[in-house]
Design a protein around this ligand. Structure first.
Ligand code: PEP
Ligand code: CO
Length: 444
């Protein structure tokens, strides 16, 4: 790999999981249009996030990265965005209190429109069409028109990301994120959930802490109570899109991918000699890389060297996604070897992607497997003396029935009631809060 890097050097490398765009000229037109649009985030914000994640790497903050598996062009409205943010804020309050440290909140939102798939094509009734690759590329419906990659979708993804981010900025700065308000929603969950009693002590402790703060004069007049910091992220899969939004920061002369504060490399595109690693090594944003159960520790070490040659804490988050039954076998060796190599990383646990299975004709996950993977993740890091930095989950603020179990005890027969994900099954609002309280117990 040559040392010269520009936003387009990835094109000299093999890129896995790319759509077969049928019309090169239309693709060029779309990416040129996006390249002319304003950045979605500023370099300074990305630098702030690297610093926050540096705190996570050192065990002085906890990372909560959460949102849709795939955002949709169809379910695009203010309520859906608000409800997703609301759940993440509620989880963050629970975790902040239990961890006794700041929680760095990053949404899988405002750009999470592209999906890697296990098969490039899908066959139904003898007909073979390209797989659904996310709304940035094609549509879910199984027809030739819907499944043909359409570059106009890249422009629409930019536009939807832009309005989503606008609303997120307004919500997080405009009073919606007020701690007292968020905690009152948590109290509602505790009062109304079947397992509420289990969490009522912790919820009451948090309320007491907030009452104390108010008495001490730290009220909603203070921006620390009223406002919050919220960052965006997505998988950087479609490299033409990411390239088009990569801009040189005039302050530092460094390149930033201004499509999101953080971007990550998926489990299927983290080849050391691949295009995604080439692209990501050159941008200065904080970045993530998924690490699955088949990852060789040496490859992970080399990824750290390539993606974070200056070994900056907070620059690289390794998001491990082993599967509940594999974590205790696979994770220790990787964590140990990476630690021995001296690499400074944030360790985050994605308890979703190693725990997917099919049931009643749909993809699902069981809440208890999700909790079990997080518990094992904590156990492994505690045994090794390393930092369990955070969690990375797929959730929605709505009352969907996509994952089994949880305090509402969603069963196989319930899955069809409200299964709305365009890709992987997400925790619903109650399951997400349930998870936050479980993680709180592990942190406490
Ligand atoms: C995802 O995060 O939606 C995803 C596809 O994960 P992974 O790359 O870990 O399979
Ligand atoms: Co997913």
């Amino acid at each position: 790999m040559s040392d010269t890097w520009t936003p387009d050097t990835w094109q000299q490398f093999e890129a896995k999981q790319q759509p077969a765009w049928p019309d090169e000229a239309a693709l060029k037109e779309a990416t040129e249009e996006i390249a002319s649009f304003p950045p979605l985030i500023f370099a300074g914000e990305a630098r702030d996030l690297t610093a926050r994640l540096g705190d996570v790497a050192e065990g002085n903050a906890f990372l909560l990265q959460a949102g849709d598996c795939a955002e949709s062009f169809d379910g695009f409205n203010a309520v859906a965005i608000r409800e997703k943010l609301r759940i993440i804020l509620q989880m963050a309050v629970i975790l902040t209190y239990s961890a006794g440290m700041p929680v760095v909140k990053i949404g899988r939102i405002a750009g999470q429109f592209a999906k890697p798939r296990s098969n490039p094509t899908e066959t139904q009734d003898g007909a073979e069409l390209p797989s659904f690759l996310g709304h940035m590329v094609n549509d879910v419906e199984f027809s030739e028109t819907d499944r043909t990659p359409n570059p106009k979708r890249l422009v629409r993804a930019y536009n939807q990301s832009s309005s989503t981010l606008n609303l997120l900025r307004a919500f997080s700065q405009g009073g919606f994120a007020d701690l007292n308000r968020v905690q009152s929603w948590n109290q509602e969950f505790v009062a109304n959930s079947p397992e509420g009693q289990r969490y009522s002590d912790l919820a009451e402790e948090i309320s007491r802490a907030l009452r104390f703060m108010q008495t001490a004069g730290i009220t909603s007049d203070h921006s620390e109570v009223r406002e919050t910091e919220f960052f965006t992220s997505h998988e950087a899969l479609i490299l033409q899109y990411e390239e088009a939004l990569t801009r040189k920061d005039s302050l530092t002369d460094e390149w930033y991918d201004c499509s999101a504060h953080m971007v990550w490399i998926g489990e299927r595109t983290r080849q050391l000699d691949g295009a995604h690693v080439e692209f990501m090594r050159g941008i200065k944003n904080p970045i993530g890389c998924k690490v699955g159960p088949t990852a060789a520790p040496n490859d992970v070490i080399q990824l750290c060297e390539k993606l974070n040659p200056e070994n900056t804490p907070g620059r690289l988050t390794l998001i491990t996604r082993m599967g509940a039954d594999k974590v205790e076998d696979q994770l220790p060796n990787i964590v140990q070897k990476v630690t021995d190599s001296g690499a400074k990383v944030v360790w985050a646990c994605d308890p979703m992607h190693g725990n997917t299975f099919s049931e009643a004709g749909v993809k699902t996950r069981h809440f208890e497997h999700v909790v079990a993977e997080v518990a094992s993740f904590f156990k492994v890091h505690r045994q090794l003396g390393t930092v369990p930095g955070g969690i990375h989950v797929e959730l929605t603020g709505e009352d969907v029935t996509e994952c089994l179990g949880g305090s509402m005890e969603i069963e196989s027969d319930d899955l069809s009631k409200r299964y709305e994900s365009v890709c992987d099954p997400r925790l619903n609002a109650n399951q997400s809060l349930d998870l936050a309280f479980r993680v709180a117990e592990l942190l406490g």
